[in-house]
Ligand binder design. Sequence first.
Ligand code: AFP
Length: 432
Amino acid sequence: MASATALRLSSPAALAGRSCGACSAQAPSASATTPLFLSRAAKRVHNQSGSNFAGTTAAFQGNSPISSGRQLKKIVAQAVAAVPAAKATQKKSNGYEIVTLTGWLLRQEQDGVIDGELTIVLNSISLACKQIASLVQRAGISNLTGLAGAANVQGEDQKKLDVVSNDVFSNCLRSSGRTGIIASEEEDTPVAVEESYSGHYTVVFDPLDGSSNIDAAVSTGSIFGIYKPDENCMINFEEDELTAQEAKCVTAVCQPGENLLSSGYCMYSSSVIFVLSVGTGVYGFTLDPLIGEFVLTHDKIQIPKSGKIYSFNEGNYQLWDDKLKSYMDSLKQPDPKPYSARYIGSLVGDFHRTMLYGGIYGYPADKKSPTGKLRLLYECAPMSFLAEQAGGKGSDGTQRVLDIHPDKVHQRVPLYVGSQEEVEKLEKYLRG
Ligand code: AFP
């Protein structure tokens, strides 16, 4: 079982690698073909239009100096006419342009959406995801299937890969040097990163969600949420006793989802997909195994306003209350057509599909689990943040999930998330 000891790093924090990831073909230098005899206006047009102006400039090159005012006028007119076409051509992709996650993050930093510290934290999370993806893929071969032989604080059996993924995630966050407090679904309590270098972000995560699917090689995922540090909860290792530190750690992570700066998930499936929001919409990146980079594949994801797919564990139907039962029954009405049921039992996979196709994902409270099964901090709040950023909704049946203020680190709440109209329809049934 993973320990709850405060994390004390012995070496100075290493910076996460930051390389420029936006790979686009180098535009030909305008000056290389700038003709000698152009007027200033014609030169400006030439420079704007880049290489596409080559046809026009050809007239100037070699032995064709301008010999009359009329010729000059004609040339300038040709140049002006060439501009719109040239601009349109410039925007065309040559088919080899990619935007990597690293490049995208740097762009957000340049645009002032996130700071450099958050860029480093997100980079370290993406590195953890790549490492976990490779472990998940090779689990059957490397003897990483099956139980670790312990239960976590919530009494759930930990899989070997739960434990390993937790170590991978924690290590990456710690070595970024930019996290102050980290809280994992697999740990008893949040822990302070003693030698945090700067930034001090608070990160909550579920390193491997849906791990009961691992042994059958079915989709799993990692989920994370990032909060800015709260000055009241910053740890002073010189003065604090461990218990006081622990109390501050708990306070730091018990924040409503409304305060999230960023959240996301990585899905380990037929492809590895990293989806995140930094508060300006939702973006998805697919891991290209050949270059080892996440590449932008899902630009500004929008959840359809409605969708006829529901994703609930209906095995629990008899344990639900009557209002929920009648909602579920309504989805099966053949008039005009019943909804389709899709359920993997892995939140990341079920949520990802819901986000792309529309519909609703639900894990209700029931007689066996009076507050539901899913954890507010590591599952419900990060996914609700993403849903809202994509134009959807996240609700516990009566209120917005992001408004819930946690009083416990491992608090569970019911979750209904997905298309706005579908979540509202459910809320209406639950109100009665
Ligand atoms: P495991 O990590 O134990 O597989 O739990 C996964 C999960 O938290 C979430 O990913 C699923 O949506 C949900 O539980 C499935 O729960 P049921 O098996 O009760 O349907």
